[in-house]
Design a binder for this molecule. Sequence first.
Ligand SMILES: *Cc1c(COP(=O)(O)O)cnc(C)c1O
Length: 471
Amino acid sequence: MHQHDTSTEVLTQAIVRYSVDRVRMEPPLDGPRTLAELKAMAGGTINERGLGGLEALRVFADVLAPACISVDHPRFLSFVPAAPTEASILFDLVVGASSIYGGSWMEGGGAVFAENEALRYLADLAGLPAEAGGVFVSGGTAGNLSALIAARHRWRQRAGGRFDRTRGLIISSKGAHSSIAQACRAMDTDEVSVTADDEGRLHPENLREAVDALSAADRERVFAVVATCGTTNAGVIDDLDAAADVAQELGVWFHVDGAYGGAGLAAPSVRPRYHGIERADSFIVDPHKWLFAPFDCCALLYRDPYAAREAHAQHAEYLDVLHADEHQQAHGEWNPSDFAHHLSRRARGLPFWFSLATYGTAAYRDAVETTLTVVHEAARLIDAAPHLQLIMEPELSVVLFRRIGWSPAQYQAWSDRLLATGVGFVVPTAWAGETVLRICVVNPRTTVADIKIILDSLVTTPDTDSTPDTP
Ligand SMILES: *Cc1c(COP(=O)(O)O)cnc(C)c1O
């Protein structure tokens, strides 16, 4: 199994061919299968003698891959889709082939250097200082957790032991992603979730009120203010400057979650809306969302990475060889393991780096602008359609709208049919308690014509048993 022979050579050709074909074709939308169906079609693949690579690849290509919705399909507009570039996907194969340990400079210095170049591009977009740095982690959930762990560490350290057994508190917004609440649960931390404005933005006045309402004891427990640039449900940007002001007044960490919307920093047409992001103590953005990298890839950046390292570096006899600290710092060596809640890691920033190096940053700017233009035109089409109503003007690349007169069951029936017929994947969401539609465009291959196909399919009301509830 570790030798190369004619059968592995045949397998190599088959896998490379499959991968290249998949990258280049218009992806089939595909759709989920039940557990029973998959058991019947692909059960028992693991046995004592093995199936052989070609047969295992056939099972994947014929059964397993079609049971996964293609996130890069141009009419996959649910959640946050993905649209990795050809160069980034092909380089993902290279990363896998290279057996790089991405946790330390000693073992993976070349890879870490390149990842840090990509992090620097993002830090520059955000206007973070030259000393800023961080690490690529698996996703926004991991990035938010690691940033908040660093924030809490700094709060406790500054208190000189006084708060070592005190439960911390963060201030966030109702528009924040579920991973912020999840991080609080993991950290046994309380969360004050400030009421958002009508469009889901962290509102400066509400923020002030929430802070003023804190008791003196609670105020001491605050260790971070969290803002979002690009909320997941509505794609709106919090007032980052106002959030930074409050964090500064409280003397606490300012974290900005840009997992989805941080990519908009690359687009001059919306860049001014991120004013205040340059004041962040930590910032995340997922290149696997709107920056055209394959899963899984979140950039986690710190204003002062060495403060984060104190929270995250692991120490043990078998690791000490990696931590000849003064020497390392003096030589700019960087151990990515030290900057998040992890140790071993894939050099998952490399596909993003390779794609940036291949196409140049102007191509990124243009690709993000392309999606923004399509979304702008989508909003006009919705405005013009008598059966549809825009809920708010899109700020980034999410559009929220309603199909006038439909019940939740009718939205769901329409969505199911859209997927089953291979047309597209759009699921309903909720807005102010009402079932509505949401589309999110991050794929530069999604065209206005694609949007039109979706909107036109909303004319005819699907048959369901329920009666419509008019908003
Ligand atoms: C998607 C998202 C996350 C979570 O990111 P994952 O990569 O899915 O873990 C966090 N915050 C925001 C604003 C998001 O949109």
